[in-house]
Design a binder for this molecule. Structure first.
Ligand SMILES: Nc1ncnc2c1ncn2[C@@H]1O[C@H](COP(=O)(O)OP(=O)(O)OP(=O)(O)O)[C@@H](O)[C@H]1O
Ligand SMILES: [Mg+2]
Length: 260
């Protein structure tokens, strides 16, 4: 008789994280902003970072972007990374395509810029001056400038905060389409709990210098209505709101997409 050998179930190995931060601390003078913070992001993972104003979100993002480089930190990030900030930061004396192509090696620079601008729906504004773009268009140009570098890590610091609600929703769809097409790991800093729930695989809350809470969303994007209400209440709680106070009931129940 054949003997059946039962092997223990071994979980699939986790992929090597593309971002790994260990014991990261950062102070400005006497103010401690980050305290022994640990963070890992898997390849292609979409992570949103929430936190109160002044909690250190931008400081953390700048560390990952290599814009703030205090000595002795254990930071692993991919070499190919790109950042988009709340303001587009386009150089006004360069045309839109030149802004996108900035820093690319010669040769097909215009072609690559045109392709990236096409992906964000701006290929008709290649030769425009940045100051003639609307706020939403300027942010799309900034996304194209990030995209053209084919980043393994895309860092977004409240990139839609200054846009009107409708443009913001359109930008969400665009970012998701770009993420699906290119699959960079994304760290999106936002104040908008609903934006985080619509876009991310995982939501982190930064508080007192550390990741104070973490929520993983398993439901597919577009099918999250059944979980968003409870998740919104939890996230607002993590952000310091007393969600048992009835005064927040409408805020907790609100659903800007109007589909539940
Ligand atoms: N270069 C700097 N010099 C001194 N203090 C700084 C510097 N950069 C940030 N800070 C301080 O560190 C703290 C965290 O700032 P940070 O910009 O990271 O917050 P944030 O979470 O991004 O806030 P917000 O949501 O308002 O953008 C704040 O108290 C800020 O004043
Ligand atoms: Mg900030």
């Amino acid at each position: 008789m054949n003997e059946v050998v039962r092997l223990p179930l071994v979980p699939a190995p986790e992929p090597e994280p593309v971002v790994r931060l260990r014991n990261c601390s950062r102070s400005f003078g006497a103010t401690r902003v980050l305290t022994d913070l640990d963070l890992s992001i898997a390849p292609g993972e979409f992570v949103a970072l929430l936190g109160r104003s002044g909690s250190g979100k931008t400081t953390l993002l700048r560390t990952l972007a290599g814009l703030d480089d205090p000595a002795g930190q254990d930071v692993r990030v991919p070499a190919s990374r790109a950042t988009v900030f709340q303001d587009a930061r386009l150089l006004p004396w360069k045309k839109v395509w030149q802004n996108v192509a900035l820093g690319l090696p010669g040769g097909a620079r215009r072609h690559h810029a045109e392709q990236a601008l096409g992906e964000v729906g701006l290929d008709h504004r290649l030769d425009a001056w940045p100051l003639t773009l609307s706020g939403g268009e300027a942010q799309r140009a900034a996304l194209a400038r990030a995209l053209v570098r084919k980043p393994e890590l895309l860092l977004l610091d409240e990139p839609f905060a200054a846009l009107d609600a409708l443009t913001r929703i359109r930008m969400h769809a665009l970012v998701l389409a770009l993420w699906r097409a290119h699959r960079p790991a994304v760290l999106l800093v936002t104040h908008d709990v609903d934006e985080a729930m619509a876009l991310a695989d995982r939501i982190l809350v930064l508080d007192k210098g550390r990741i104070a809470a973490e929520e993983r969303i398993v439901a597919a994007r577009g099918q999250r209505s059944p979980v968003v209400r409870a998740l919104r209440a939890r996230l607002l709680g993590h952000l310091g709101l007393d969600t048992s106070d009835g005064v927040y009931a409408d805020l907790i129940a609100r659903n800007p997409a109007g589909d539940a």
